[in-house]
Design a protein around this ligand. Structure first.
Ligand code: NAD
Length: 487
């Protein structure tokens, strides 16, 4: 298997970038018979090869997780906390390398996007280690004591996408482990390298089989979702794939948590101090190259300010540089993969074919080798256009005009999706009332994308099923078990 040889190293103490990427199965690092190319989206060139695990190797990982579950689930919370804290320490030691690798494989700007992602992920592991789901007393009377225990499920299978390869995976791993489950992670085929490295790091500190990381093509997904020894699938990805996951889970009545696509609306109210909030709105839409599930994907502004708003928004957008995420001047990196790049070109073709008003961007340099997509703003496209109805998941934003707030709310809710949303206005109480009317799992008022281990995160309608984070999310890694004791 080839290793990365061409990139500048950041660590003095390891061969982090030179050694091969290996699967972690049953506490061991193992190669696969075949490998596949991982592309650096900033260059369009091969960054490294990742192991393409066989079905048998995935079965081995599941088997080892099943065996490890016996001992791991029997440990108390305190002991598991100790393990997770040591894992967080080990990740911290590799922090700079993980950050750089994340930019190399994902494309996102190193300082402003990759570093916060890795830091947040490590902090989450550390914080979740301290969370508990204690036994609840449901009834305690003269004749009965009734207890509700939250017992681990068994082996959890995690399937992750390519937009936040570190954070979204550890969001699943940490709560699953602290509640007593063992875990088999299948990262996306587009960005498997950081996951393979944090899997490798886990083998130094966790008991064998507690966390396995198995990369391969997307054919491994159905093997995981169909396996009888997987008790739950924790999935983040597209709505289309999420539907396959539910179907596959039905045969063995697996638990599923699905974090799926979105088409989040941001509503700017007429009293908003829009000049001040434009940078927040811009980054809420274009941060991570527009590739975040809860990114602003439709921006509604009132007619009274529309013209000036668009002018100022575009002026701000022009100050942001698109380029290689390793360049500290760059605010928006490349789109993560060729498939997504082509999909975005499809949106652009549709916008142009329908004569919609592109006020910024829209022209792609076809000679470039990386997947750089210009920051593109479309002014007031029709409500039934592709760019408004579908999830673009990239740096194209429609700004839409509304005449009254009821109309904006109706249009915001007119979607198969219901992931997030945001409302922006000077009168907070009025803004909260609008937020309460949005059909979404998470709505921010005068801020966006605030998150913590204790804030439940999840979508409604076709944006998902179940929740991550918070006690609500952690409970979904357990079965409720009622114990009734006669006195
Ligand atoms: P995707 O659905 O194409 O792939 C996600 C994962 O599913 C990958 O690991 C892939 O290998 C695997 N997979 C593919 N087919 C499978 C199958 N039949 N069975 C099981 N697994 C299978 O999604 P993507 O393109 O990687 O990610 C982008 C999408 O993810 C966007 O729609 C975005 O909104 C969504 N997303 C949602 C959240 C959230 O929290 N709601 C977060 C990030 C991304």
């Amino acid at each position: 298997m080839n290793a990365v040889t061409t990139i500048e190293k950041t660590s003095a103490n390891t061969d982090f970038f030179d050694r091969p990427y290996l699967l972690s199965i049953a506490g061991k690092l193992v190669d696969a018979e075949h490998s596949f190319d991982v592309i650096n989206p900033a260059t369009g060139k091969v960054l490294a090869q990742a192991p393409d695990a066989s079905e048998e190797q995935l079965h081995e990982a599941i088997e080892s997780a099943k065996t490890a579950f016996i001992g791991w689930s029997a440990l108390g919370y305190e002991e598991r906390q100790g393990y997770l804290e040591r894992y967080a320490d080990a990740l911290q030691e590799n922090r700079n390398d993980l950050v750089r690798l994340l930019t190399l494989e994902q494309g996102k700007p190193l300082e402003t996007m990759a570093a916060p992602e890795v830091d947040q992920a490590i902090a989450y592991v550390r914080q979740i280690a301290k969370r508990r789901l204690p036994v609840e007393i449901v009834e305690d009377n003269d004749t009965h004591l009734v207890e509700l225990h939250h017992v681990p499920l068994g082996v959890v299978g995690g399937i992750t996408p390519w937009n936040f390869p570190v954070l979204l995976a550890l969001w699943k791993v940490a709560p699953a482990l602290i509640t007593g489950n063992t875990f088999v992670l299948k990262p996306t085929e587009f960005t498997p390298l950081t996951a393979l490295r944090f899997g490798e790091i886990a083998q130094e500190v966790l008991p064998a089989g507690v966390l396995s990381v198995v990369s391969g093509d997307k054919g491994l997904g159905p093997v995981l979702t169909g396996h009888p020894d997987i008790a739950k699938i924790s999935f983040t990805g597209s709505t289309e794939t999420g539907k396959h996951v539910i179907r596959a889970a039905a045969d063995t009545v697996k638990r599923v948590t699905l974090e799926l696509g979105g088409n989040d609306a941001a509503i700017v109210l007429p009293d908003a101090e829009y000049e001040t909030i434009i940078p927040k709105l811009f980054w809420g839409a274009f941060g991570h190259q527009g590739q975040w599930c809860v990114g602003i994907k439709r921006l509604y502004v009132p007619r009274s300010i529309h013209e000036d708003f668009v002018e100022k928004f575009v002026a701000y957008a022009r100050t942001v540089k698109v380029g290689n995420g390793l360049d500290p001047e760059v605010g928006v990196g490349p789109v993560q993969n060729r498939m997504q790049f082509e999909k975005l070109k499809g949106f652009l073709d549709d916008i142009k074919a329908n004569g919609q008003n592109i006020v910024l961007g829209g022209e792609i340099d076809e000679d470039q080798s990386g997947y750089f997509f210009p920051i593109t703003v479309v002014n007031d496209p029709s409500e039934d256009s592709k760019i408004v109805r579908e999830e673009q998941f990239g740096p194209i934003l429609p700004i839409l005009v509304y005449d009254d707030v009821d109309d904006a709310v109706r249009r915001a809710n007119d979607s198969i999706y219901g992931l997030g949303g945001s409302v922006w206005g000077r009168d907070t109480e009025a803004a909260v009332q609008v937020a309460n009317r949005l059909e979404a799992g998470m709505v921010w008022v005068n801020e966006i994308h605030t998150q913590s281990v204790d804030i439940p995160f999840g979508g409604v309608k076709q944006s998902g099923l179940g929740t991550e984070q918070g006690d609500e999310g952690r409970k979904l890694f357990t079965n409720p078990k009622t114990v009734l004791i006669h006195k």
